[in-house]
Write a protein of this length. Structure first.
Length: 311
């Protein structure tokens, strides 16, 4: 307030300290009338460390369990997936519903590895509304309640016969599965989740940083940017009961990476600040953190798992 307005409103002038000598005022909290005074807040960071053994070699690992910080055993380089049974023992029993469409053998193998029948197989075509409604109903029927839902289904338009599809067909496949499937499942699941639930959607780092040239990349970026916009808006709609975040992988050694030309593979690795391609375990570790209590104040965010590329 200016001095002139200060005097016009009838305030009394008080001597002021020179600006350089003033101390920053402490923000005070006041209790409602008739209530006990508010006590100063203290915060104790919980210790999430657990000592577990690697399922492959028996090496003891100190893991910041709630943060998903350890992705490899220091002795045998076993990834987080191999150590999953030991980590589950630290967290307590967790049931996992395994969604799939065509990959029935791989889904069954994963269910057997995790413990068999207590991890139900959920088959559905998520490019259709009926398929989304069916998998959500089946998941809640088999698991009773769901605390974490990962929308990981996506159309592969880069490998196999789909690589030769015309752009219009590729765009339709990406929109129906990656975008509309994610939107449908997110809405259906959030409506039935208990407070504290978490939804993780799958984006792409190029949709959040600097884009990428090329016909396929243009389509993929457009769809993933739409998914990102939906996720940020939906996170506001369902807060504070449900958190919604987006995992945005960069160059990851999936089927496309495994079959990439060696010159391209080496060129990409050399361009990364971390000097390598990412792995599915890198993405899984970020998902574990976002689903954990350690990320309880994180929602509506896009997390780039891309080795440090920032545009």
């Amino acid at each position: 307030m200016s001095d002139r307005k200060y005097r016009q409103r009838g305030y009394q002038d008080e001597p002021r300290e020179p600006r350089s000598e003033r101390k920053p005022e402490q923000k005070k909290e006041y209790a409602p009338r008739g209530q006990p005074p508010i006590q100063p807040k203290t915060f104790n960071m919980p210790d999430f460390r657990e000592v577990v053994k690697c399922a492959r070699c028996g090496n003891e690992l100190t893991v910041a369990a709630a943060w998903g910080a350890a992705s490899q055993c220091s002795r045998c380089q076993s990834d987080l997936h191999t150590c999953a049974h030991s980590l589950r023992a630290s967290f307590g029993d967790t049931r996992v519903g395994i969604g799939f469409w065509h990959s029935s053998d791989a889904a069954q193998a994963l269910s057997d590895e995790l413990g068999g029948s207590e991890h139900p197989l959920l088959q559905a075509d998520l490019s259709t509304l009926d398929g989304c409604e069916a998998i959500v109903a089946e998941a809640f029927g088999a698991l009773e309640h769901i605390d974490v839902w990962v929308n990981n289904a996506g159309a592969d338009v880069l490998t196999g016969e789909a690589r030769a599809w015309p752009s219009e067909r590729k765009l339709d496949a990406l929109v129906e599965l990656d975008l509309k499937g994610t939107i449908r499942c997110s809405k259906l699941v959030a409506a039935r989740m208990r407070p504290g639930g978490c939804i993780l959607n799958m984006g792409w780092d190029r949709a959040t940083i600097d884009g990428m040239a090329g016909d396929d990349a243009e389509l993929f970026a457009a769809v993933k940017a739409g998914l990102l916009g939906f996720s940020k808006s939906f996170a506001r709609s369902v807060a504070p009961d449900v958190r919604v975040n987006v995992l945005c992988p960069g160059w990851i050694e999936t089927a496309y990476g495994a079959g990439a030309d060696r010159a391209l593979y080496d060129r990409v690795a050399a361009s990364m600040p971390m000097g390598r391609w990412g792995t599915p375990q890198d993405v899984a570790a970020a998902a574990v953190w976002l689903a954990s209590p350690g990320a309880g104040f994180v929602t509506g965010q896009a997390i780039n798992i891309n080795g440090g590329e920032v545009g």
